[in-house]
Design a protein around this ligand. Structure first.
Ligand code: CTP
Ligand code: MG
Length: 231
């Protein structure tokens, strides 16, 4: 697969409502530097050719001077304004790419993505054109009805919790997102795999992320991430 171009979209346009902080969580400090720097560093050191950083409109200059230039991320080729929902931000990132073969979509709020996860993503996307990081759940999962009565207990080995990166052949994910926005059926979209499943019925393969590859969502997650830096 020599000569193929690999581009990452790193998402940092969320407002972080569940974090309850004035500063969006991706810019809060973790181990002395902003949370977003960890994901950027992992991609910077990887096989990825180019990084599109998606941030809230109005935060582009801050990201350029305080993140990209300050920490010397040379692969960040564009800083693009995101949108209201995660899928809007992803779509803006996809539209900002002029040409690439594979795209890796990653939550900037997941600092523990690493070299091995990225290599598994590369291998899997080159084989399948559509794949996503996840891990088998550790707890038993119940599906409940509107009154919280158990409707179903899926077999645990068949239930995975989803993570990022989620990686796709560019043409596949672009077509899926174009169709999504044409249809206006945007309800309940929380990851990119769903868009490809729903819009194209294209199979999506899961590969192992890691149990470390958590998303910082609430204040206790940030405290946990701080502790995990030493593990
Ligand atoms: N994200 C984004 N644009 C949005 C919403 C989310 O780029 N409109 C990004 C976030 O910055 C984060 C990732 O998508 O890196 C995962 O989203 P989530 O954890 O839900 O972050 P927030 O939406 O910021 O948090 P909350 O849902 O608590 O408001
Ligand atoms: Mg959100």
């Amino acid at each position: 697969m020599a000569g193929k171009k690999h581009t990452a979209i790193i998402l940092a346009a969320g407002k972080g409502a569940r974090m309850n902080s004035d500063v969006p969580k991706q810019f809060l400090e973790l181990g002395g530097k902003p949370v977003i720097c960890y994901a950027l560093q992992a991609f910077e050191e990887s096989f990825v050719d180019e990084i599109i950083l998606v941030t809230e409109a109005g935060m582009e200059d801050y990201c350029r001077s305080e993140i990209v230039e300050k920490y010397g991320f040379l692969k960040v080729s564009q800083i693009t304004a995101g949108g209201e929902e995660r899928y809007d931000s992803v779509y803006r990132g996809l539209c900002a790419i002029s040409d690439c073969d594979y795209v890796y979509i990653h939550d900037g709020a997941r600092p523990f993505v690493d070299k091995d996860i990225l290599l598994r993503a590369k291998q899997c996307v080159e084989e399948t054109d559509a794949c996503a990081a996840g891990m088998p759940v550790k707890d038993t999962i119940k599906v409940v009805d509107d009154l919280n009565f158990v409707a179903e207990t899926p077999e645990r080995r068949h239930v995975w919790q989803m993570q990022t990166p989620q990686a796709f052949a560019y043409a596949v994910v672009r077509e899926a997102y174009d169709k999504l926005f044409d249809s206006y059926d945007l309800t309940g979209i929380t990851d990119d795999a769903m868009v490809v499943e729903r819009s194209l019925s294209h199979p999506v393969k899961l590969f192992e992320g890691s149990y470390r590859n958590m998303k910082i969502t609430t204040p206790e997650d940030l405290a946990l991430a701080e502790r995990m830096l030493d593990l």
